[in-house]
Design a protein around this ligand. Structure first.
Ligand code: TA6
Length: 279
């Protein structure tokens, strides 16, 4: 079943319930903020202090970072991680091919408002398939007469039982930019989290495995050359208004992206899709 809902303060979202899973997707940002397989714990982490207000990004789920990842290097005053995640998407289609699968397609397209932020004509499609696995496909269509470059991320917040017992497999020997030290390093073995971590792994297309004490999650990227690992740890979490003080212990961002040198040039009239399947 796919129903349109609103929070008490009028924030619109889509609720999905089928025999395999449930999900919730805010129209603002096409922001999937809940996904839970029937009989399992939620797969995605959502802050209990998250905003659900127009113009403020939800803290958790899968924020869509687009058309730039991180800070806008040429215009410092533009929103971090682009404007898609704080823009109103429209629901283009919704269907349920069987009782275990629900599909929704949302769209954001260029407007006078977006052209002021980013001077290109575009259509951005977000196709979310909710079933025993979760598939998110973000497709950029260049509707302009010139090519443009996009950096982007499916900025996925995973719920974990205890960050000190988590490892991420699949990035061994991969080069990464360490945002905390502004250095380029190379991963040795699995990624373990025992301090603040903010890394952009480059030129990697491999599937990753998140191993938590209570479950394993397979992360299968398509159309992605970057993986971002982020945990704000104690101090940064303490400074974030939309996160409880100990939130860092039960969340880990593993993001499917094209960031920094992996940004993608989309030719006029062409498309590019960034996708991830979580299982
Ligand atoms: O994905 C890592 C990162 O770029 C971190 O540097 C941190 O800023 C995080 O994203 C969250 O960003 P946000 O704008 O959602 O607070």
């Amino acid at each position: 079943m796919i129903t349109n809902k609103k929070t008490a303060n009028g924030f619109a979202y889509i609720e999905i319930e089928n025999k395999s899973a449930s999900a919730r997707i805010a129209l603002q940002g096409g922001h999937l903020f809940h996904y839970q397989q029937q009989g399992e714990k939620p797969l995605l982490w959502l802050s209990q202090k998250s905003h659900f207000e127009s113009g403020k990004a939800i803290r958790g789920g899968i924020p869509i970072c687009w058309p730039w990842f991180g800070k806008n290097l040429t215009h410092k005053d533009l929103p971090q991680h682009g404007f898609a995640r704080i823009s109103p998407f429209e629901l283009l289609e919704s269907n349920e091919p069987d009782e275990h699968t629900s599909v929704v397609v949302l769209q954001l397209q260029s407007s006078e408002k977006t052209l002021l932020l980013w001077p290109f004509q575009f259509q951005l499609f977000l196709r979310i398939t909710v079933g025993s696995t979760l598939k998110v496909a973000l497709t950029t269509r260049n509707c302009d007469s010139q090519s443009f470059t996009v950096s982007s991320a499916l900025h996925t917040y995973f719920a974990v039982s205890d960050i000190s017992r988590v490892s991420v497999q699949g990035l061994n020997k991969v080069r990464y930019w360490d945002a905390l030290t502004d250095q380029i390093k190379r991963q040795q073995g699995d990624v373990l989290i025992g301090e603040e971590v903010d890394r952009v792994y480059q030129k990697t297309t491999e599937s990753l495995l998140l191993r938590d004490a209570v479950r394993e999650v397979h992360i299968r990227p398509e159309g992605s050359s970057s993986a971002v690992i982020w945990n704000p740890w104690k101090e940064k979490t303490r400074r974030m208004a939309d996160m409880q003080e100990d939130a860092y212990k039960t969340m880990l961002c593993i993001e499917t992206a094209n960031a920094l040198e992996d940004a993608r040039n989309v030719l006029a009239g062409e498309e590019h899709s960034l996708q991830v399947t979580l299982a």
